[in-house]
Design a protein around this ligand. Structure first.
Ligand SMILES: [Zn+2]
Length: 181
């Protein structure tokens, strides 16, 4: 990481490259939504090259740990043939949860960039601050707010559509009951 990029992260200015990688994470998240997954996408970048990417696949795989970050970290570690990812940056559309923040610490990730915060489950700045916890031995620099609105809008739209679908299904069931009666 060069000095100017560190300065950008600290000042909160958007780095052009960060925005581009976040766009890729957003595309992965959108694709996940089409599979009925809560839309979260992640990419792992090393020296300007994507070495791992992933999207939330909890429903498809029926796997509680198949969050976007975990899927992307596993792909990156597999590609590099090592678990230590100190020279990599992980981009993710939503603030990592406790499990993913833990995985990022365990991967010794070099840097983390996320889009929108998760007030209910985020473990970086919201319900816990695992990436900056003084008792943990790895505290990667992180930044959030990159394409924040796009990331949040995608999630909001997904949940709105899911609620609408649920309601229309309930209406359908109600109609069947009425018709049957
Ligand atoms: Zn997670």
């Amino acid at each position: 990481m060069n000095a100017s990029r560190v300065a950008n992260a600290r000042s909160g200015r958007l780095d052009h490259q960060d925005v581009e990688w976040m766009k890729m994470a957003l595309r992965l998240a959108s694709n996940a939504a089409l599979q009925g997954e809560v839309p979260v996408g992640a990419v792992v970048v090393r020296e300007g090259v994507v070495i791992g990417h992933g999207a939330n696949a909890r429903e498809t795989r029926q796997d509680p740990v198949a969050h976007a970050e975990v899927v992307a970290l596993q792909a990156a570690a597999h590609a590099l043939g090592r678990w230590r990812l100190t020279d990599c940056t992980l981009y993710v559309t939503l603030e990592p949860c406790a499990m993913c923040a833990g995985a990022l610490v365990n991967a010794r990730i070099g840097r983390v960039v996320f889009g929108c915060v998760d007030p209910k489950a985020g473990a970086v700045v919201s319900v816990a601050t695992l990436l900056s916890h003084p008792r943990l031995n790895h505290r990667p620099p992180f930044q959030h707010g990159v394409l924040e609105e796009d990331c949040a809008r995608l999630l909001k739209g997904f949940f709105q559509a899911r609620r609408a679908k649920k309601h229309s299904r309930n209406d359908g069931e109600m109609a069947e009951l009425v018709e049957g009666a």
